[in-house]
Design a protein around this ligand. Structure first.
Ligand SMILES: CC(C)(COP(=O)(O)OP(=O)(O)OC[C@H]1O[C@@H](n2cnc3c(N)ncnc32)[C@H](O)[C@@H]1OP(=O)(O)O)[C@@H](O)C(=O)NCCC(=O)NCCS
Length: 321
C-alpha cells in the first residue's frame, strides 16, 4: 500500500489586522485581558475577500511548494464551515478557479476539526482509490458569523487559510484518528437559518456563534492530552520522539496546560495564536505551513497535530514530514 506524504504547504492571511486595541474601541475589553486569558494580540479579518479567495491563494502556494503541476491533482477537499454560499461547495468553485481537471471536489464541515477530518479522508482515498495527489485546504471567514458586540467570542476569532498537497513522497502520514461527541454541541454552535414555510416565508438569517467558554476549555484540555497519549501508545512512541507538536490555536492557556499535562516542553510546541487568533479549520494548516517555512519542521521530523472544535469533535495525526 502506498505511503501518503505531505509534499508541500501554503497559507494565506487577509491583510486587515484587528488588534486588541482596535477591539477595545467598540467592546468593553482590554489588551491586558485578552492577552492574559487567551494569548491573542491580533487577528486578521477579510474586507472584500471570501472563503474561496483565501483558499485559492493558499492553494497556489502549496502547489508551488510541492513542485507539482496542477494537472496532477486528483482530489480537492476544502474544510470549512464558512463557505461563500450555502451551495455549491467552495471546493467545486475552486476546482474551476484553479484550472484543475474535472476531479472529485467537496467541502467538509467538522468546524475547527475540519482539516484533521479531511486529512483522514484524503489519506485513505489516496491509498485506496486510483488517485495519486490531493489538495487539502482549511479556509475560513469566521468574521461573517461573529457577533462583534459579544466580547466573549469576538476576541477569539480570525480569518485565514492553509493548504497542503498530499501524495507519495519521502514522508508519511503514519496514523490518524478522529472523534465526535455530539451531546456537547450546546456548548459551541452557530445557529442555522430558521425554518420556513409557505405560511411563514420570512427572510433567511444565519445566527452568530454561541459559546460556553469554560466548558470548551475543560473539553479541550482533556481531549488534547488523551489524544496525544493514545496515538503515541498505538505507535510505540514516547513523547520526546516527536520533534514538534501542533495543537489547534484556540487559546494559549489550553495549549500550555495540555503541554504541561503531557510533560512536553513549550519549545516543542508550535504557537502562532498571538497573530491570528482561532481560525477554525484553517488553524492547523496555517501552523503547519509556518512551521515548515520557518524551518521548525524539517524533512524526516515527526510531528503530532491535534485539532478540536464544536460538536464536540477532535482529531489527531502523527506525520513524518
Ligand atoms: C473564553 C475564555 C477566554 C474565557 O476565559 P475565562 O478565564 O474562562 O473567563 P471567564 O469566562 O471566567 O470570564 C471572566 C470574566 O471576564 C469577562 N469577559 C469575558 N470576555 C471578556 C473580554 N473580552 N474582555 C473583558 N472581560 C471579558 C466575563 O464576562 C467574566 O466576567 P464576570 O466574572 O463579571 O461574569 C476561555 O473560557 C476560553 O478560551 N475557552 C475556550 C474557548 C475556545 O477555545 N473556543 C473555540 C474552540 S474551537
Amino acid at each position: 500500500m502506498k505511503k501518503v506524504s505531505v509534499l508541500g504547504t501554503g497559507s494565506y492571511i487577509p491583510s486587515r489586522v484587528l488588534t486588541n486595541e482596535d477591539l477595545s474601541k467598540f467592546i468593553e475589553t482590554t489588551d491586558e485581558w485578552i492577552v492574559s486569558r487567551t494569548g491573542i494580540k491580533e487577528r486578521h479579518i477579510v474586507e472584500d475577500e471570501n472563503t474561496c479567495d483565501l483558499a485559492y491563494h493558499s492553494a497556489l502556494k502549496a502547489i508551488e511548494a510541492a513542485g507539482i503541476d496542477k494537472d496532477e491533482i486528483d482530489l480537492l477537499i476544502v474544510a470549512t464551515f464558512t463557505g461563500d454560499n450555502a451551495f455549491p461547495a467552495v471546493a467545486n468553485v475552486l476546482q474551476a478557479r484553479l484550472g484543475l481537471r474535472e476531479i472529485m471536489a467537496f467541502d467538509m464541515n467538522a468546524e475547527c476539526s475540519g482539516f484533521a477530518f479531511a486529512l483522514v479522508v484524503a489519506e485513505k482515498m489516496l491509498r485506496s482509490l486510483k488517485m495519486n495527489k490531493a489538495l487539502l485546504i482549511g479556509a475560513e471567514t469566521i468574521s461573517k458569523y461573529t457577533d462583534w458586540s459579544d466580547r466573549n467570542t469576538c476576541v477569539l476569532l480570525g480569518d485565514g487559510a492553509g493548504a497542503v498537497v498530499l501524495g507519495e513522497g519521502s514522508g508519511e502520514i503514519i496514523d490518524t484518528n478522529c472523534y465526535s461527541k455530539g451531546d456537547l454541541n450546546k456548548y459551541l454552535y452557530g445557529a442555522g437559518t430558521p425554518l420556513k414555510s409557505p405560511e411563514n416565508n420570512v427572510g433567511n438569517t444565519v445566527g452568530n456563534i454561541e459559546m460556553n467558554g469554560r466548558e470548551v476549555f475543560k473539553f479541550a484540555t482533556r481531549a488534547i492530552p488523551s489524544s496525544v497519549k493514545s496515538i503515541l501508545e498505538e505507535n510505540n512512541l514516547q513523547s520526546d520522539d516527536i520533534d514538534l507538536y501542533i495543537f489547534h490555536q484556540a487559546n494559549l492557556r489550553i495549549i500550555e496546560k495540555a503541554a504541561k499535562d503531557l510533560g512536553i516542553p513549550m519549545d516543542k510546541v508550535f504557537v502562532n495564536i498571538e497573530k491570528y487568533g482561532n481560525t477554525s479549520a484553517a488553524s492547523i494548516a496555517i501552523a503547519l505551513d509556518e512551521a515548515v517555512r520557518s524551518g521548525k519542521i524539517k524533512r524526516g521530523d515527526k510531528i503530532v497535530t491535534v485539532a478540536f472544535g464544536a460538536g464536540f469533535t477532535w482529531g489527531t495525526s502523527l506525520i513524518e514530514y
